[in-house]
Design a protein around this ligand. Structure first.
Ligand code: SAM
Length: 364
């Protein structure tokens, strides 16, 4: 196996942190026995579908892996505990707080953590030195790539991050606090139609127009700067509450997805992940809502059955049909009732896994 040799490196847009896990138990990749209940500490991130994701990666001791969403390292720890001395793990997160939390693994020479959006997956792997020893330019280097999409519990629970309708804080909502427009800035400048579209398309909010109208009316009087202000505004418009759900949930989800360009990030990342997988390598994705999952499902289906994209009336021989580049592994997996009881945030999670085929035309 070609194992990239990496050195500590700093880059313009991020920092690479080699690190070790010597003290980490080799049985960390085990059942959820180590999980406390969500109520113990809501800010702690309890990894969702971790054992299923690690199982789907088919971890090889000498393998080279990418955890595209480090979070608080639940998946990364599991991967490291299954790797031998020659194994390698690269991890990304766009949130500087996740990168700071990852310092706890900073002594493990097999581990490299990069402040990086996964939409720039190839550039990140290049910067971390993982592409240097590929068999040939553009050839796959990873035995597995895993995405655990969405937000982490610390992001949701810390009012200061501005994601929460329950804890008042500045209207920020950026995962990457070093760049980009905040929710406050966007809500101050977006027009009525744009706000309506975001709430409708990304939040599936039935009262999108009414909320947008109220935002435009209120901001003419005073700036919207706090999550508490926005939550109260939304609740005053959304009168019909869905059972077990705060009326502000959908609007906050919509704005958050827009601010972080979450769907565009996934669209851009998946083809790069496929290209950088070795033949036989695994692509594993955990999604938390149907918008994310639809992108993942369609991507895997298209890669597994590229002939479906060709109009059926075209006179093509079988040999001329495009070759599949992925094999879908089983059905989508969902958390068990036991996991949801421990961690209610897991309830909407869906895991999909696929394996890269040897004869794929993906350029790997
Ligand atoms: C659900 S958490 C991952 C949790 C992780 N699997 C664990 O067990 O601790 C999602 C993480 O992905 C990060 N993230 C979301 N979108 C990203 C993107 N486009 N690029 C890089 N990181 C992203 C978030 O900042 C967050 O920390």
């Amino acid at each position: 196996m070609s194992v990239p040799r990496l050195s500590r490196a700093r880059s313009a847009s991020g920092t690479v942190y080699p690190a070790v896990l010597s003290a980490m138990s080799s049985s960390a990749f085990s059942e959820f026995s180590d999980l406390r209940s969500r109520e113990d500490n809501p800010r702690e991130h309890l990894p969702v579908l971790r054992d299923e994701a690690l199982g789907a990666l088919n971890l090889l001791p000498d393998g080279c892996y990418l955890d595209a969403t480090f979070g608080r390292g639940g998946y990364s720890r599991g991967i490291l505990s299954a790797l031998g001395e020659r194994g390698r793990l690269l991890a990304f997160d766009r949130d500087p707080a996740a990168i700071r939390a990852g310092q706890i693994l900073a002594a493990d020479p097999r581990f490299f953590l990069l402040h990086q959006s996964f939409s720039e997956l190839t550039a990140g792997a290049q910067r971390a030195g993982f592409l240097r020893e590929a068999a040939e330019p553009g050839f796959g280097v990873f035995d597995g790539v895993v995405f655990d999409l969405g937000v982490s519990s610390p992001q949701l629970e810390e009012g200061e991050r501005g994601f929460s309708f329950r804890h008042d804080g500045p209207l920020d909502m950026r995962m990457d606090t070093t760049r980009g427009e905040t929710a406050r800035e966007w809500l101050a400048r977006a027009d009525l139609n744009d706000i309506t579209e975001v709430l409708k398309n990304y939040g599936d909010e039935r009262f999108a127009r009414g909320i947008a109208q109220k935002i435009v009316a209120v901001r003419a009087e005073r700036p919207l700067v706090r999550t508490g202000q926005l939550a109260a505004l939304v609740r005053s418009v959304v009168r019909r509450r869905e059972p077990g759900q705060d009326s502000a949930t959908r609007a906050f989800q919509g704005i958050r997805i827009h601010i972080n360009q979450e769907l565009q990030e996934i669209e851009r990342a998946l083809p790069q992940a496929l290209t950088l997988l070795k033949p036989g390598g695994r692509l594993v994705v955990v999604a938390f809502h149907s918008l994310e999952d639809r992108i993942v499902k369609n991507f895997m289906r298209r890669a597994a059955r590229p002939e479906m994209e060709i109009p059926s009336r075209l006179p093509l021989f079988a040999r001329d049909l495009p070759k599949p580049s992925l094999r879908i592994l089983g059905k989508a997996q969902r958390p068990t009732g036991a996991e949801i009881a421990v961690n209610p945030r897991a309830r909407s999670a869906v895991l999909r896994a696929a394996e890269k085929l040897a004869e794929s035309g993906s350029g790997a």
